[in-house]
Design a protein around this ligand. Structure first.
Ligand code: GDP
Ligand code: IMO
Ligand code: MG
Length: 437
């Protein structure tokens, strides 16, 4: 029987999903993106030494680097065709065949120029900034829910497209001009651009649900690749400091157009510490600016710079109370702890095990930003290790204190650790229980 995996981020994104999806794809025949858009930045490092190559993917699923793996963009993804074409070109320039292997759902809502202008205009006006990526993600999802999106298949009917576009842009241009005091977007310019996109996207269109259903029926293993992280989820995250899609495992079904019985194993990708890029509460946050501090080490050794916006990621200790919520809302089968090597040499490692909220002790991250902002973290401390864990490939070779740290996380999160990552390259990985076996 086919085995299908969902890989999701359990924190605030950038947990190392891309690396692990690429690593797991040697066991899969298809990789599917099911939510988010090009706000995601997934980094893949292939090879060693002078042959090493780094790929940064935003929309194209992280299975694309392996030959013979089909890649799907499901209906739950908001699509900027201009960006997708740029990404495809970059991959092709590296000799990677994309055309015959990438399938895009006609049901994806389009990101158009006014979405980007609205995203950036609103963010500039906001007093407490969310720190969005400015890619138009939020406004595009708003249009979807408001039932006024232009979807990919609309591009195939130019006359109707123009009618719908004129209507929707009339509405958004009013907001742009009179509320945000910005220039309106020219409808004809957007129309011409969209029609040029129509020609470019046509070869990639396919009924993604049907293709996945058939692949599953033929016993092909599928991998559903999450973007962002559960604490950025529109419903379950630190609202309103979240992204505009559901990033939890359940979304893999709705955003790819498959039934939940097709999802067999949920792998939660979790950094050995915590990072967050953009605004919003972060109870276990550390100072990252003072040299010699653990936060500084996470930021510098961990190279914690946002892939999409190049902002410094905020860093902090592992938050087990936040992880507990993630484990709960995702039905995690197993955890993959990444970037363990970044903690090498830190003498005492903190773990947030709960919070004091309005005079009460709790051990589960509460919902919404207002409550999380009032949470005072409660930490325990464990001994660190001096040895180098970078690139370690077996559990036995890990220092005793690193093993103890991981066992402590496992116990606190109540989810077994199945994989540990000790470096960015696909093989720098320790397998305790292989998710596909
Ligand atoms: P994603 O958005 O979840 O795919 O994560 P990103 O790619 O944005 O950020 C993770 C970063 O950590 C990338 O630069 C990876 O190459 C790197 N990385 C992944 N796993 C490890 C690891 O185990 N150790 C180290 N040192 N780097 C890692
Ligand atoms: P990957 O897939 C980390 C954050 C932004 C901002 C908030 C809303 O690489 O883990 P948006 O543009 O989505 O409306 O911004 O969400 N954000 C991410 N943070 N990793 C990501 O993706 C993110 N995608 C969005 O920084 O705080
Ligand atoms: Mg990322």
């Amino acid at each position: 029987m086919a085995k299908n995996l969902v890989v999701i981020g359990t924190q605030w994104g950038d947990e190392g999903k891309g690396k692990i999806v690429d690593w797991l794809t040697d066991h899969a025949e298809g990789v599917v993106r099911f939510q988010g858009g090009h706000n995601a930045g997934h980094t893949l490092v292939i090879g060693q030494g002078s042959n090493q190559k780094e790929y940064k993917l935003n929309l194209v699923p992280s299975g694309i680097i392996r030959k013979n793996v089909d890649c799907f963009i499901g209906n739950g993804v908001v699509l900027d065709i201009e960006h997708l074409m740029h990404e495809i070109k970059t991959l092709e320039a590296d000799g990677i065949e994309v055309k015959s292997r990438l399938f895009v759902s006609p049901g994806c809502p389009l990101i158009l120029k006014h979405h980007i202008a609205l995203d950036q205009g609103r963010e500039a006006m906001r007093e407490s900034k969310i720190g969005t990526t400015g890619k138009g993600i939020g406004p595009a999802y708003e249009d979807k829910v408001a039932r006024r999106s232009l979807r990919v298949y609309d591009l195939l009917n130019p006359e109707l497209f123009k009618k719908k576009l004129t209507e929707v842009m009339d509405y958004h241009n009013f907001v742009l001009q009179h509320y945000l005091k910005k220039d309106p977007i020219d409808v004809n310019e957007q129309f011409d651009l969209s029609m040029s996109h129509a020609e470019k996207i046509k070869p990639y269109l396919a009924d993604v649900s049907q293709k996945l259903y058939e692949a599953n029926a033929k016993n092909k293993n599928l991998l559903f690749e999450g973007a962002q992280g559960s604490l950025l989820d529109i419903d379950h995250g630190t609202y309103p400091y979240v992204t505009s899609s559901n990033c939890v495992s359940g979304q893999a079904a709705a955003g790819a157009g498959v039934g939940p019985h097709m999802l067999h194993y949920i792998l939660g990708i979790t950094k050995a510490y915590t990072t967050r890029v953009g605004g919003g509460p972060f109870p276990s946050e550390l100072d990252i600016e003072t040299e010699g501090t653990p936060g500084y080490q996470m930021s510098t050794k961990g190279k914690e710079i946002g892939t999409v916006t190049k902002r410094k990621r905020r860093c902090g200790w592992f938050d087990a109370a936040a992880l507990k919520r993630s484990a709960m809302i995702n039905s995690l089968t197993g955890l993959c702890i990444t970037k363990l090597d970044v903690l090498d040499g830190i003498k005492k490692i903190g773990i947030c095990v709960g919070y004091e909220l309005d005079g009460q002790k709790i051990d589960l991250l509460p919902l919404g930003a207002d409550q999380v902002e009032r949470c005072k973290p409660i930490f325990i401390e464990v001994d660190g290790w001096d040895e180098n864990t970078f690139g370690v490939k077996s559990w036995d070779k890990l220092p005793r204190n690193a093993q103890h740290y991981l066992k402590t996380l496992e116990k606190l999160c109540e989810v077994p650790i199945h994989v540990v990552s000790t470096g960015p390259e696909r093989d720098e990985t320790i397998v305790l229980k292989h998710p596909f076996e």
